[in-house]
Design a binder for this molecule. Structure first.
Ligand code: NAD
Length: 289
């Protein structure tokens, strides 16, 4: 089936479902063209934090983009109000399959007929979310990394996505300061994340085997690559609970993967060390909140 494209997108809002680490960052990027972004979340504190995050950063990030202009983010606990008139609805709720299936079914029933319906999931192909969806031709993965600093985006069909929707998304996203790359076959982890997953797994395995420490691995990584941050600091930024969820998913598909990396993550999580968001993870020098 083919879709009608939302070619009048410049005058319509984007809806972001989930106000957490990624939801608020995607909202920020979509607010850089002077438009409205609506953020939906069940948690009041997350809604407020997301709106504050966009408000604090949007002028600076929009200022870096050609044609950029600070827009507005608002938040709501009413799903129908969030998606009203939206040209793009992108979900960033926790990485739980049943939750994602339900959200996609709910959204499919209420979003505008020409709205594009995307998932920011790091490890699930959007083909997994179609059980309750009547219009899969407008469903796809649009996967962000860590905007506004890591601005690559993976784009991947759900298997039934209208080619015109994929082309429209690939052509439109750069206006919002991100660089889309298409995964041409269904791939758990898309493109860069598969490379990154292998790096994380091996680093964690070095710790599990007692060969090295998170601090030394980050240091050797920085010395040899010239990058500012090593893998453990990057995992702290993502959140160790999220890193574990993602690795569990890869391990379910690949039973041969080692258990050590997941044991290290569980140990830190059990001690309340979730990374930047809890004030400490592999490293200690984060301000709480
Ligand atoms: P998070 O835990 O920081 O945020 C999730 C948000 O969803 C929370 O604010 C929570 O209150 C909200 N929520 C929970 N249940 C909800 C519901 N039923 N309806 C509405 N909101 C609900 O998670 P995150 O790190 O932002 O990850 C979200 C998604 O983005 C996941 O699919 C993850 O794979 C993906 N992702 C994460 C990262 C990352 O680095 N953290 C990177 C790329 C993609």
């Amino acid at each position: 089936m083919s879709s009608t494209l939302p070619t009048d997108y410049a005058s319509r809002p984007v809806a972001v479902i989930g106000a957490g680490t990624l939801g608020r960052r995607m909202a920020l990027m979509f607010a850089t063209r002077g438009g409205l972004v609506r953020i939906y979340d069940l948690s009041r504190s997350q809604r407020e934090a997301a709106v504050n995050y966009v408000g604090h950063n949007v002028a600076e990030v929009a200022g870096r983009l050609p044609g950029g202009r600070p827009g507005t983010a608002v938040a709501t606990a009413d799903l129908a109000a969030a998606v009203q008139d939206a040209w793009l609805v992108i979900e960033a709720v926790p990485e739980r399959l049943e939750l994602k299936k339900k959200i996609f079914g709910d959204l499919d029933a209420i979003v505008p007929a020409d709205a594009i319906l995307a998932s920011n999931s790091s490890s699930y192909a959007s083909s997994n979310f179609l059980d309750h969806v009547r219009h899969p031709e407008r469903v796809l993965n649009i996967h962000f990394y860590m905007p506004p600093t890591q601005n690559a985006v993976d784009v991947m069909s759900c298997g039934k996505t209208d080619r015109a929707v994929l082309d429209f998304v690939l052509a439109t996203l750069p206006e919002f300061g991100v660089s889309p790359f298409e995964a041409h076959k269904e791939s758990t982890g898309f493109i860069f994340n598969r490379v990154w997953a292998a790096v994380k797994r091996e680093c964690l395995e070095l710790v599990a085997q007692g060969v090295s420490t998170p601090q030394d691995i980050d240091a050797i990584f920085r010395v040899n690559t010239g990058l500012e941050r090593g893998p453990f600091r990057m995992m702290d930024q993502v959140g160790l609970d999220v890193v574990l969820d993602i690795e569990e998913h890869y391990a379910a598909e690949h039973p041969e993967y080692p258990e050590g990396p997941r044991a290290v993550l569980r140990d830190y999580i059990s001690r309340g060390r979730l990374g930047v968001k809890s004030g400490a993870g592999f490293h200690d020098d984060y301000a709480k909140g």
